[in-house]
Design a protein around this ligand. Sequence first.
Ligand code: HEM
Length: 445
Amino acid sequence: MRTLAAKHGPVMLLYFGPIPTVVVSSPAAAEDVMKTNDHAFSSRPDTSLADRLFYGARDIALSKYGEYWRRVRRVSVVHLLSPKRVHSFRSVRAEEAARLVSAVRCAASSPVNVTELISAFTFDVLCRVLFGKQGEGDRRAALSLHAHVVEAVGGSFPMRDFSPWLAWLDWLSGLDAKVNKASSDFDAFMEKIFKEHESDKIIASDDHDGLGTDMVDVLLSLLTDDSDSLSRESIKAVILDMFTAGTETTNTAIDWAMVELIRHPKTMAKAQEEIRQIAGSKEEFKEETVQRMPYLKAVIKETLRLHPPAPLLFPRESMEDARVLGYHVPKGTRMLVNAWAIGRDPASWEEAEEFRPERFLNSKSFDFKGLDFEFIPFGSGRRSCPGIDFAIVTAGVALATLLYHFDWELAEGVKAEEMDMTESPGFSLKRKSNLILVCKPMNHN
Ligand code: HEM
């Protein structure tokens, strides 16, 4: 898409089958879509996956713009992902960070699969935040369900979305069977979770500042609230959003950060120096200290600039006619914003392909909220990601933990410049290969 845009310009009209799709690839064009015409482009297209897996698009990410979306979005912003709520889950992150350290220590005698450990960390944090503390059996069930759901959502291109006449191809390719299974398994899983919560079997083991034990609890408690009440089906759909959008994007970002750091040993050393100096000689450090690590924050920003986990954001659909950089875009057009190309645009970024976190320390202060259209890994405007605080604090804790407790090197015989940086398409833009590293535990006493 970037190569095409270099030839045809920052606003392109493509046809995906019969679907007219505009792709924008410059900061000015993105601003026209997500700021100047934010309302016009605030809806999402119909998709068969939203219908079949997300309870008729009753989640936040895939629902059409309107009263219903405003309600579920408000519930997520006010009750699930507010700064206060995110902070209230700090003990979950601290416990999971300690488990991550033990897992790395256990594996440290031979090369460690860092990708797998990062993935387990984000998954466990999210699951505990969503469902409360679970036994090992339930955790394994959730993990296998997660793999099915992510495969059904991310690894597929339903042909019936291009034409109903092609639905038979989805049956033939096995996609229908995959989606049906993921949908019924998730529904059964949620019914079990509801029952446990309603019969108070889940033990309120985590301190959440009196804000409730977990997100399912919070949502169930809203069943009686007039203004924010959601049906059981809607709660399931919202939880499914977090279960997918919350895990895959975050672990992809942490993994790419570790990949870039290992390819840039001086940057890794600088990040470690900051973390070790600020955290001091403690076996465990408090999450609050991570907020005081500007270089680490710059590493996360630089990672998201080069490797946005959602490279084309989430598709939008125009609800009315609009103009983008002077081009007429009729109502009902699908819109993709190429955040990946924008983050690597040499017109905005010096040495755009280089990993240089310093650029975020010295220049104007780009934030994550999408106010600067050169840097939009979380989108911008009304449909932007409501999970930014959750994602940044989770990524910060994971990276600070890995870099504070261990020194990292590539396995013998592997050269940094020869590492395979191929991306692999799917739910989020991951690296194709797993990151395998050798580590040396640090003793901070
Ligand atoms: C590094 C991690 C993450 C990245 C890069 C990311 C990125 C995005 C992007 C690009 C969008 C679409 C924005 C648009 O259309 O303009 C989005 C939407 C969304 N994200 Fe995230 N996200 C991350 C983490 C999370 C987390 C941790 C959660 C929740 C726990 C979350 C929940 C959502 C939801 C519910 C939406 C839909 C918003 C709507 O349509 O109104 N995300 N995210």
